[in-house]
Design a protein around this ligand. Structure first.
Ligand SMILES: Cc1cc2nc3c(=O)[nH]c(=O)nc-3n(C[C@H](O)[C@H](O)[C@H](O)COP(=O)(O)O)c2cc1C
Length: 263
């Protein structure tokens, strides 16, 4: 699938085919897409996940995860849940990872990168060595990096013809359930499966206007968008019809009947 189409097709899918498992190669591809996203200093062991799969993971664990997700019905329907978590201890590898980037010729001597520069400058500058002070900066960056990884994982799922969605849950309960140490924080749960609803979810969900989000030259000075580009993006499938499409209410009624849920 073209990138623009994948971006345009993504929806938070809230109804899944409970009987249809996700192929292992597809699941692996989703995880790889997250692994390859960029990270500050390439500190690689910050973003981790536990994969919970219906029929493989102990039923009791899966059921408690669903409980921790406030029993949202789609958590029961989707066969896979990826429990994304931030491991703040991953920052301890910053030095080696920077040196690896120098070896890989990503950080180059033309820009002054060397082992000595890492030791004497980077690791002594709080903005780069995020653990030089307290953990606040590392936590902030980790959350950004986790979001980047999850963003890629969501688009990878769409690219593979799957439905996916992020769910919020009780973090302490999830940490305890999986035996995560104190330095690990459950971030967000990504459910994955085949959609039971139309994958277009009844249209693209509301977003604020472009001009309210982006500014030119100074804060508050709306950036104008080019209608010709909007038209091109419509043709490429990135900008799609806004929700709700005319038949969506009937679809939601039919889905409710199918899953025995209230309308
Ligand atoms: C961090 C995060 C947590 C979310 N948690 C939930 C959730 O617990 N339950 C839910 O139904 N949707 C959840 N969502 C989905 C949003 O509600 C969704 O992004 C919104 O409906 C916009 O629709 P779209 O994703 O289909 O474009 C979450 C989204 C994000 C980014």
């Amino acid at each position: 699938m073209e990138f623009k189409q994948a971006v345009g097709n993504r929806r938070s899918i809230r109804y899944y085919q409970p009987y249809r498992p996700v192929e292992k190669d597809k699941l692996q591809t989703i995880l790889e897409a997250a692994r390859l996203q960029c990270q500050h200093g390439n500190a690689g062991l910050v973003r981790k996940a536990v994969v919970v799969t219906r029929g493989e993971t102990d039923d009791a664990i899966r059921e408690e995860l669903i409980d921790a997700l406030y029993n949202q019905p789609q958590a029961t329907q989707a066969p896979v849940a990826i429990v994304w978590a931030i491991d703040i201890s991953g920052w301890e590898n910053l030095r080696e990872n920077l040196l690896n980037l120098i070896d890989a010729k990503a950080l180059t001597s033309s820009y002054g990168w060397s082992e000595q520069f890492v030791e004497e400058t980077v690791l002594k500058t709080p903005d780069f060595n995020v653990l030089a002070g307290d953990n606040t900066f590392a936590e902030w960056l980790s959350a950004i990096e986790m979001g980047l990884a999850i963003g890629s994982a969501l688009l990878a799922a769409v690219d593979l013809g799957l439905g996916t969605q992020l769910l919020t849950g009780r973090r302490d309960q999830i940490r305890e359930l999986f035996g995560m140490p104190e330095h690990v924080t459950p971030a967000q749960i990504q459910i994955v499966g085949y959609p039971a609803e139309n994958p277009d979810g009844g249209g693209q969900r509301p977003r604020p206007p472009f001009e309210d989000l982006y500014f030119a030259d100074t804060w508050g000075n709306s950036m104008q968008r080019d209608p010709a580009v909007v038209e091109d993006l419509r043709k490429a499938g990135m900008i799609q019809e806004s929700a709700p499409l005319p038949w969506r209410a009937d679809e939601v009624r039919a889905l409710a009947a199918m899953f025995g849920l209230p309308e």
